[in-house]
Design a protein. Structure first.
Length: 277
């Protein structure tokens, strides 16, 4: 399948820094992905707690390779790869995947940040990266859906400051001025919907104070010619073996092999900005 976005969606991505692909994954595919996130020993054994300023925890798992598990095939399927390549203007590779699990009533918040505010320190010279957030659950204002400052990707990379041992944030002195110019959009999704957003789009999410969980699968891509200039952070170019869109259903509930083909990480990547400066 070629790029699944129409001209209006591509224009929205360029103008606002994000767009939606409603129903990108069918209900049976979402069921497979959700069951894998819930039951795959490799995912469950890699869960990390990322705490916000109030001490609330978001449970995450991160991996840097797209393997043969059902969630690896989701990252490698044509609809994801070709759409990312079209938006970024060239061939892409898998940069990172992440499960973000906000549990009912205890899931933590994320403060305003740019992904490139982190990924710049991985050695990406240009902001030629994007993320595709796939909703595994219904995501709403009440359970902490993503918020994006529309058009903020046009501001370029903004300095970040340390917030906690597990989070950095956009310079808080700038954020009120940014929000005067870049209105907040609450990105509510149904299961199977996808939100595609630029790595410089400033975004955050509230804590989940509702009785409903909010699980999402984020798959990130980098343009091949923007390969990292350092090789120590495990996000450098590895050729992406693209599969057709039927691969997920053919695989069924396929877990990781057990040899860490996916390169699960043991800790979140948080640049030490004091050291970097």
């Amino acid at each position: 399948m070629p790029n699944i976005l129409n001209a209006a969606q591509a224009a929205e991505f360029n103008d606002k820094g994000f767009t939606y692909a409603r129903g990108l994954f069918a209900a049976d595919e979402v069921k497979l992905l959700t069951e894998a996130m819930e039951n795959d020993p490799a995912v469950c054994g890699s869960i990390l707690d990322r705490r916000d300023g109030e001490g609330r925890s978001t449970r995450i798992a991160l991996w840097n390779r797209a393997g043969d598990a059902v969630y690896g095939l989701a990252a490698r399927c044509e609809r994801m790869v070709d759409t990312s390549a079209a938006l970024l203007g060239g061939p892409v590779y898998h940069f990172q995947s992440k499960l973000t699990a906000k549990e009912p009533e205890v899931g933590g918040a994320w403060e305003w940040h740019q992904d490139y505010g982190y990924w710049y320190h991985n050695g990406c010279l240009r902001p030629d990266l994007l993320s595709i957030m796939v909703a595994l659950d219904r995501t709403t204002r009440e359970n902490g859906c993503l918020q994006i400052a529309a058009g903020s990707h046009k501001l370029g990379r903004i300095d970040h400051t340390p917030l906690s041992p597990t989070q950095n944030e956009v310079d808080p002195k700038r954020m009120p001025h940014i929000l005067e110019r870049c209105p907040i959009e609450y990105c509510e999704l149904e299961p199977g919907d996808a939100l595609i957003f630029h790595c410089n789009a400033i975004h955050r999410s509230d804590a989940n104070r509702s009785p409903r969980r909010r699980w999402t699968l984020l798959i990130c891509y980098n343009r091949v010619d923007n390969d990292t200039i350092v090789k120590s952070d495990d996000r450098y170019f590895v050729p992406l073996d693209k599969v057709d869109d039927g691969a997920i259903r053919r695989a069924g509930l396929k877990f990781a092999r057990g040899d860490n083909q996916e390169h699960f990480t043991s800790r979140p990547y948080v640049p030490d900005l004091r050291k970097a400066s």
